[in-house]
Write a protein that binds this ligand. Structure first.
Ligand code: FAD
Length: 319
């Protein structure tokens, strides 16, 4: 991990820095760059603009992870439910991403599962176009098994639930085996929670693991079961290899999608749309934007300038 990354992680964890930055959020180009709005309504407006201007779809995510306080948990759940209602009203995909540690799993598994079901049922209401999903994010390894179990249970109740899997983890092919024969959506990412003992070692090996997993997701068996593959990456080399794989296996461009974080590589998002591929952005919203935004800065030293500009100017991406 670079010094730049270590510094931004320390800033993300600093309550004092968070308080100071949130106080000037209205002026911060950093928040505008990576966060779709402070409220559900603002986030839906951003999603509408992306859809109408660029044909880019969105998955809304309310910022607030690792909470154990029942009131804070209920607040997070109510925001996800409000997002489902507002997306439906706006005629957009009812597509939300959810962290299990944000909706109850830090309190008790029963509360987390109940709340996931509430959100899943809100997504399910009227789902029919195949684009409405509640996708479970994958957090650290302490919650991986429970997240996979939750996904299975939701599918058994016919709730349109998707799951995120991390290519860096050596055991991902085992977690994938269950999902591949199901009518579900699986989002493959490289993984943001490194654990040396559990992971493939080194960037090249992780990229290879990503492609090996993508190959299974694009298998004929997966296609026959109605499985919907999602490739969550900003890596254009990987995307190119996935396009070749998909073409060779007979998948058309509208049978899978690429998903990226709002504000990251917007040029590449537009280029993929121009090539006719489905593109979705993971669109966070809420007041607690500092830890999320500063983590995005840490992922690329090219973002360092954003930090400097964030106190002074008014940045917006995608016009
Ligand atoms: C939709 C989505 C959902 C995700 N959900 C999860 C999850 O549930 N669990 C989890 O562990 N991880 C999740 N992640 C994060 C993921 O695991 C990676 O850490 C992250 O996407 C970076 O990997 P990459 O595939 O983009 O490849 P990289 O090799 O990191 O990046 C590829 C290219 O994109 C550029 N890039 C990457 N990030 C940035 C940035 N912030 N700013 C500017 N350029 C950048 C790089 O510089 C490089 O040129 C998610 C990512 C996405 C896109």
């Amino acid at each position: 991990m670079s010094i730049f990354q270590r510094t931004t992680i320390a800033l993300a964890r600093s309550p004092a820095a968070g308080r100071a930055m949130r106080a000037i959020a209205r002026r911060s180009s950093l928040a505008r760059r990576f966060v779709g709005g402070a409220s559900v309504d603002e986030a839906v407006q951003t999603a509408l603009r992306l859809r109408q201007a660029h044909g880019i779809r969105a998955s809304l995510f309310y910022l607030g992870e690792y909470v154990a306080d029942p009131e804070a948990i209920e607040h997070n759940v109510s925001q996800a439910l409000a997002a489902c209602r507002a997306l439906r009203q706006a005629g957009l995909d009812v597509h939300v991403s959810v962290d299990p540690t944000a909706i109850g799993y830090m309190h008790s598994d029963a509360l987390g599962a109940d709340n996931a079901r509430r959100i899943g049922l809100a997504v399910q209401e009227g789902a029919g176009n195949g684009c409405d999903w509640m996708v479970l994010d994958m957090e650290d390894d302490g919650i991986r098994e429970r997240t996979c179990d939750l996904h299975r249970n939701l599918l058994q109740s016919a709730i349109p639930a998707g799951l995120t899997l991390q290519a860096r983890r050596r055991r991902t092919p085992e977690d994938l085996a269950f999902a591949i024969g199901q009518r579900t959506s699986l989002r493959l990412v490289k993984g943001a929670f490194p654990e040396r003992a559990l992971d493939h070692a080194g960037r090249a090996r992780i990229d290879q693991a990503y492609l090996d997993t993508a190959s299974i997701m694009l298998s004929r068996e997966a296609r026959a079961s109605g499985f919907y593959p999602v490739f969550g990456t900003h890596d254009d080399r990987l995307a190119g290899a996935i396009m070749d794989l998909a073409r060779g296996r007979g998948w058309s461009a509208d049978e899978f999608e690429f998903e990226m974080l709002y504000g990251v590589r917007p040029d590449w998002q537009l280029a993929l749309r121009g090539l006719g591929y489905n593109v979705r952005v993971y669109l966070p919203f809420g007041a607690d934007w500092w830890p999320y935004a500063i983590r995005r800065v840490g992922e690329s030293p090219r973002n360092a300038w954003l930090l400097a500009r964030s106190l002074t100017s008014d940045g917006r991406y995608f016009g």
